[in-house]
Design a protein around this ligand. Structure first.
Ligand code: RAM
Length: 354
């Protein structure tokens, strides 16, 4: 198990104007909307001061994931700006069990805010509810749980699903088969995106595209690589793969780039430009998408501080200022949205460094 470790100040500045645009209409996980009754019931006080010294704990899905390394740099940046103390806690595997342990540790250490990317929408809730009873505000980021106070969504779920379908459709010329290589089977975010893709696939434009299989690499590089290999064995005529996880996409691209399928099987999904650059340059990957992970963490850090301070409760229509990202509004109850995803290809990938 990895011990909690303090995070370093983030030093680089990245230009990513497109993702700093105002949040667009949000999509809430239905079950979360129905079951979540945990949002603070008081009235927001937009002028409330953020107290100094807030203890804000970031619990990513796992620690050894380059995506979350960047997300939590952004989180730390925000926490430093509000004169708080940021701690990142987690294990090396993306499991809810490990998260429960770290939620309890954060709570026992007197956490003011727990910011969590849940590995399971329900399994983490008893521990989170206990942490709330102990005084912590609970923020979901990246992957929500059914008991968070508010959720910082990277983009609307519908838009992520649509972008994934559009990318694979473009690469397959609108017809053929594809499979999904996902993260963990219980991941709230990937499951919501896959459901959104299935919805979009119902549209007439995509009538000749068929999703034939979904497999899970558990956000583990080797398992994802093996699942990709397994997919090609079970479906030798597969047209493409969509991996809505940075770990899965990098592993799928590595497998395909070294195989007879390179240039034959479309590989797309969600990835970081720095991990995917070599596969775009060698022709394995035409295009893929993501949001700015740094900004996601930064927005989540500010959201946690604003929630704990009472500037917001998460009710629809509430507004607050998230540092350098400016003003954000809860377009839907208890959810704010960072912005639309960015599509990367050979023409623009070198403009991004994360
Ligand atoms: C992986 C994780 C994360 C997801 C990104 C796109 O790093 O599964 O939850 O948002 O991919």
């Amino acid at each position: 198990m990895t011990q909690p470790r303090p995070r370093h100040l983030f030093l680089a500045a990245s230009a990513f104007a497109v993702l700093m645009t105002a949040a667009c209409g949000g999509t809430t996980i239905d079950s979360a909307e129905e079951e979540n009754d945990s949002r603070p019931t008081g009235t927001a006080d937009p002028g409330a001061e953020i107290p100094e010294g807030l203890r804000i704990d970031f619990l990513p899905k796992q620690l050894n994931n380059p995506f979350f390394d960047i997300v939590n740099e952004g989180g730390t940046e925000a926490v430093e700006e509000v004169s708080g103390n940021a701690t990142e806690r987690g294990g090396t595997e993306a499991t809810a069990d490990s998260q429960v342990e770290y939620i309890n540790a954060a709570s026992q250490a007197g956490s003011d805010v727990i910011v969590i990317a849940a590995n399971d929408p329900d399994a983490v809730c008893p521990a989170l509810n206990e942490a709330r009873d102990n005084g912590a505000a609970i923020v979901g980021y990246d992957s929500d749980a059914n008991c968070t106070d508010v959720f910082v969504n990277q983009s609307t779920t519908e838009l992520v699903g649509r972008t994934l379908v559009e990318m694979v459709s473009e690469q397959l010329g609108g017809e053929g088969t594809f499979a999904v290589l996902s993260a963990t089977p219980n991941a709230t975010n990937q499951n919501a995106w896959i459901a959104a893709m299935e919805e979009v696939l119902q549209e007439e434009e995509y009538a000749d595209l068929e999703l034939v299989d979904t497999v899970y690499g558990n956000d583990d590089d080797l398992q994802s690589f093996q699942e990709m290999q397994g997919l090609m064995q079970s479906h030798p005529d597969l047209g493409g793969v969509v991996s809505p996880t940075t770990v899965g996409l990098a592993a799928a691209a590595r497998y395909v780039s070294d195989s007879e399928y390179k240039g034959e099987v479309a590989v797309t999904g969600l990835g970081t430009p720095n991990q995917m650059r070599e596969f775009v340059n060698d022709g394995t990957v035409e295009e893929f998408a993501l949001w700015n992970p740094l900004d996601l963490g930064y927005l989540a850090g500010y959201t946690g501080a604003a929630l704990k301070a009472g500037q917001i409760t998460g009710a629809e229509g509430e507004t607050f200022t998230a540092g350098r990202l400016g003003e954000y509004t809860f377009e839907t109850d208890r959810e704010i949205v960072l912005g639309p995803p960015q599509v990367f290809d050979a023409d623009n990938i070198d403009d991004f460094d994360f």
